[in-house]
Design a protein around this ligand. Structure first.
Ligand SMILES: [Cu+2]
Length: 411
């Protein structure tokens, strides 16, 4: 299996035996057939959950099978009832099987057969096929802001930095905020959790922002530490570092990662010093959904060049619906206002590309001018071919804005 793209970005071909995909992630791959297989042969594809049954940790919670057939033959013959994916495979210690996009550093014993050799590769093993242009690459060290977000399930609540998100009555971008916002520093109530429109602001245009996403629970041994697939609207982020917890030999978590200090309420911070190994270059993989390892963290970098309010949330529906979400207010004063129909709460939501670009230039232009590193958009001429790219990207931006609004209003 050759992985060739993730979340819409082409990557250098990466050959792997297993691919782990969390909720909301997308992967493209090419399945290479063996030589000498007769027409009509069915190729089994085994899809397993990583979850195991609560009453029997050696039994996986779910399993599916699909078959690739070399011809259009439709009858199902010789279909084995069960196939354990690893059976008879991965037994060569000098050439272990590869598992791509692991949410842990080593494969826990529960997930591999006895005698199987499987090595984990995280998503940083992927490199972009087409390097990012220099001016679009965030800095590795020179960051204008550093924001920490810890994701925690404290049943029946799902929290970010100890706060449960509540949807605002109206889109934040209408009034550049809401009275129900909980701005930092967050004041937690007695139970250490607050229920409000959780918002964090990025106020520097065209510079590198750093997000540190973690899934660390300290001092609450009874709470489960789980992985979260975190999705952010409005940007794709560069994966600058992934940190893991300490493990026992069998792969279970011994202790959370020590690079961070995580309070029960409010944002975490680095434990004294910024850890080494945070790095971004032209081939650093870009994604819009990233797995935060249980007991560990992920460092994301991106350039703040898309003003607005952007939703960031766990992509597990149950976590999202229980409050694991946050609004990122990115230079809201630079965001162009939504079209009038949105204020009237009608279903109409459209303005022309020309109107959109005019608004971008008039309402957003000030921010672009203040940052000469980021070029201003040019008004496309109706017949000119040279303006196609900028027009297209603006249309795409508009679609994203539309989707963000629709999504925010639906949930
Ligand atoms: Cu989650």
């Amino acid at each position: 299996m050759h992985v060739i793209a993730t979340d819409g970005y082409l990557v250098n071909k990466f050959e792997t035996d297993f691919l782990i995909v969390h909720v909301g992630e997308r992967y493209d791959f090419i399945l290479e057939a063996k030589e000498g297989v007769k027409p009509g042969t069915k190729y089994p594809i085994n899809i397993q959950t990583l979850a195991v049954k609560c009453n029997n940790n050696s039994e996986i919670a779910g399993e599916s099978f699909a078959f690739v057939v070399y011809t259009n033959e439709s009858e199902t013959k010789n279909v084995p009832e069960t196939i354990r994916q690893q059976s008879g495979r991965c037994t060569n210690s000098s050439s272990p099987c590869k598992v791509l996009n692991c949410p842990f550093q080593i494969i826990p014993d529960d997930f591999s057969d006895e005698g199987a050799y499987m090595d984990c590769y995280n998503v940083q093993s992927l490199q972009l096929l087409y390097p990012t242009p220099t001016r679009e690459i965030p800095s590795s060290n020179n960051v204008s802001s550093q924001s920490f977000f810890n994701f925690e399930v404290n049943w029946p609540k799902a929290l970010i930095n100890g706060v449960q998100f509540d949807l605002p009555d109206t889109p934040l971008v209408e009034n550049k905020g809401t009275k129900y916002e909980c701005k930092y520093p967050v004041k937690c109530d007695k139970s250490g959790e607050k229920y409000c429109t959780h918002t964090v602001y990025l106020n520097t245009y065209g510079t590198t922002a750093r997000f540190v996403l973690s899934s660390i629970i300290e001092g609450k041994q009874d709470l489960p530490i789980v992985t979260h697939p975190i999705h952010m609207h409005g940007h794709t982020y560069f994966i600058a570092k992934i940190g893991y917890p300490e493990y026992y030999e069998n792969g279970t978590i011994k202790a959370p990662n020590k690079d961070l200090t995580v309070p029960s309420c409010g944002p975490a911070e680095w434990n004294g010093v910024t850890p080494e190994g945070i790095s971004v270059n032209s081939t650093t993989v870009r994604k819009d959904v990233i797995i935060v390892p249980a007991g560990g963290y992920v460092v994301l970098h991106f350039i703040t060049d898309n003003p607005g309010y952007w939703f960031m949330h766990c992509h597990i529906d149950e976590h999202l619906n229980r409050g694991m979400a946050i609004a990122i207010g990115e230079n809201p004063t630079c965001a162009s206002t939504p079209p009038a129909p949105l204020f009237n709460e009608t279903d109409e939501f459209c303005f022309s590309v020309g109107t959109f670009i005019r608004k971008e230039l008039e309402e957003n232009g000030v921010c672009r001018v203040n940052n000469p590193a980021t070029p201003s958009p040019t008004i496309p001429s109706p017949s000119g071919h040279t303006s196609f790219t900028s027009t297209t990207s603006l249309v795409v931006q508009m679609l994203f804005l539309t989707l963000a609004f629709v999504f925010c209003r639906l949930i």
